[in-house]
Write a protein that binds this ligand. Structure first.
Ligand SMILES: [Zn+2]
Length: 538
């Protein structure tokens, strides 16, 4: 009986910690489903170890406890072997202690885990799924009241030239994008490109008008947000021009606390909080699956197990003609869900501050998961919320030709959802007479990242990377509406940095130069390798 209690506590403790942290209510069908399954699993284990000796009992308890600890420590950048050895070492040490404690072990465990669960409940974070607005600076900017500036950063929005023409949905999207932006007075740069495949590298360079050949300049890992931007020459320039700054950001990257940057208002929406799916009209079993997945993907040692399963076991059986299900490793990410609400708040804030204010919004749309249809209606089954890659038995492989086409169809719909939101915003501004003199920049930070192979320097060395892998990854959207900028479709290849520096910084555009993008060197201490893709060649 005491065994059953200890096992149940150890099995359910990770869920209590996770759900409290994410502000998830316990009294929901999905949580009750998890509790029932956890109790059933604990009962089965307790029954099984009742028939075996003390050794198995100690091993089962030690294994579960070490797994619990493993889920709550940040993995150092260790090899799979080092992580596996550390896990086994901790397991052996704990099993030794439990063995020495004999019958006292389960009592002590019960007390420790009950204390832990109570402390966790007391420290719950009920607002982790909400949008939070912080007013930071109320300082005025003097007499300068420059015209309205709006900068929408649509994460993972590919450029027109990068949209594959062989897939019907993306072929249609090409002309829809050109028509949408040119009809609304924008100049659309179809062959614009980012020089980086990652958000943090792309945005850190863009907001400092640089193209550094090293990974992670101007950013640090954070605790509140995954990345903190430390310097932002762009925001400082806007402040010097007399703008008061409004920032809309996700918990993925913090822009509000860079050196010398004092936004008037900083709005943060959640990217990964499970609390975001709590009230959604999707089946409870799918929500329970998402919660279990969030637990599993916290574990360092299960990640090693995932790699062994995908790359060794499933790969070997596939060669022998046996197909096992893929196990795609992906932590929780629901950021697109909040983007329509952020648009509404942005719209209201702009209307309140039509002059002298600059609005910068980092929006995780059309970023995966592709959970919206073209009218921003949520897809009712979470199994349809695809992400940009499949589980793969080979390194660098993100998609098959077939999965790539399927993902691009969903991606095209989610991109149309973004157009729907932008359209409503522009319509409102036009009806209030705010559009004509406004400067509006809308750009991506990298491509759709739905390649067949993901470009890194090691993938490049295999010789298997294709031009479409590069355009899937580096082609990105850039559209600008500004006084003095003629509307139309522009096919000059230009980097994001060059375009932003021209339209907002006032720097002249150079003649056609080379198009150079940077691939990350694995375990290379932040080094990058330059390549010149064809889609943006001069
Ligand atoms: Zn991104």
């Amino acid at each position: 009986m005491l065994d059953l209690g200890a096992l149940a506590l150890v099995v359910l403790a990770p869920f209590v910690v996770l759900l409290s942290f994410h502000g998830y209510s316990y009294f929901t069908p999905e949580v009750l489903l998890i509790v029932a399954s956890g109790l059933a699993a604990a009962a089965v284990i307790a029954l099984l170890i009742g028939f075996t000796g003390r050794f198995i009992r100690v091993a089962a308890l030690a294994g579960l406890i070490v797994l619990f600890m493993d889920m709550h420590v940040e993995a150092p950048a260790w090899s799979s072997l080092a992580i596996a050895l550390t896990f086994l070492g901790a397991f052996a040490a704990l099993a030794g202690i439990l063995w020495l404690l004999r019958e006292h072990a389960t009592k002590i465990l019960c007390v420790v885990f009950i204390t832990l669960i109570v402390l966790t409940l007391l420290r719950a974070n009920p607002s982790s799924h909400q949008i939070v607005t912080e007013r930071i600076s109320t300082a005025g900017s003097g007499n300068a009241e420059p015209p309205l500036l709006i900068h929408l950063l649509l994460d993972e929005h590919i450029g027109v030239a990068g949209l594959p023409s062989e897939i019907p949905g993306t072929r249609a999207l090409r002309s829809e994008l050109i028509e949408f932006y040119t009809a609304r007075g924008f100049r659309l740069f179809g062959r614009a490109y980012s020089q980086y495949a990652n958000t943090h590298n792309s945005l850190a360079n863009l907001l400092n008008f640089t193209a550094r050949e090293v990974s992670r300049p101007y950013v640090e890992h954070g605790t509140q947000a995954e990345w903190n931007l430390e310097q932002a020459a762009y925001f400082q320039m806007l402040q010097e021009h007399g703008y008061r700054l409004h920032v809309y950001q996700s918990t993925f990257m913090d822009f509000c606390h860079a050196d010398g940057v004092q936004p008037q208002q900083c709005t943060t929406y959640p990217a990964k909080s499970l609390g975001m799916i709590q009230g959604l009209a999707v089946p409870s079993a799918q929500k329970a699956g998402a919660i279990v997945n969030a637990i599993v993907t916290q574990s360092n040692v299960l990640r090693v197990v995932n790699t062994i399963y995908e790359r060794k076991i499933r790969a070997a059986l596939l060669r022998a003609g046996v197909q096992l299900p893929a196990w795609l490793w992906q932590g929780p990410l629901f950021a697109p869900l909040r983007v329509p609400d952020v648009f509404q708040q942005l719209n209201a804030d702009i209307v309140r501050h039509p002059r002298g204010h600059a609005f910068f919004a980092h929006l995780l749309l059309p970023h995966y998961p592709y959970l919206f249809d073209q009218r921003c209606e949520m897809r009712p089954s979470m199994s349809d919320w695809l992400i940009n890659r499949v589980g793969a038995t080979e390194p660098f492989v993100y998609n098959t030709a077939q999965s790539r086409a399927q993902k691009y169809e969903r991606y095209a719909d989610q991109t149309r959802c973004a157009l729907t939101l932008i359209d409503a915003l522009l319509d409102d501004l036009r009806s209030r007479g705010l559009l004509e003199n406004a400067t509006i920049v809308i750009n991506g930070d990298h491509g759709s990242r739905i390649p067949v192979r993901y470009p890194t320097s090691r993938a490049l060395a295999t010789g298997l990377l294709t031009q479409s892998d590069l355009s899937d990854t580096f082609s990105t959207l850039y559209a600008v509406h500004a006084p003095g900028v003629a509307s139309g479709y522009d096919e000059e290849p230009r980097s994001l940095v060059e375009l932003l520096n021209h339209h907002v910084g006032g720097e002249p555009l150079s003649g056609p130069g080379s198009c150079r993008v940077f691939l990350l060197v694995e375990n290379g201490g932040g080094h990058m390798t330059g390549v010149e893709p064809k889609f943006c060649a001069p």
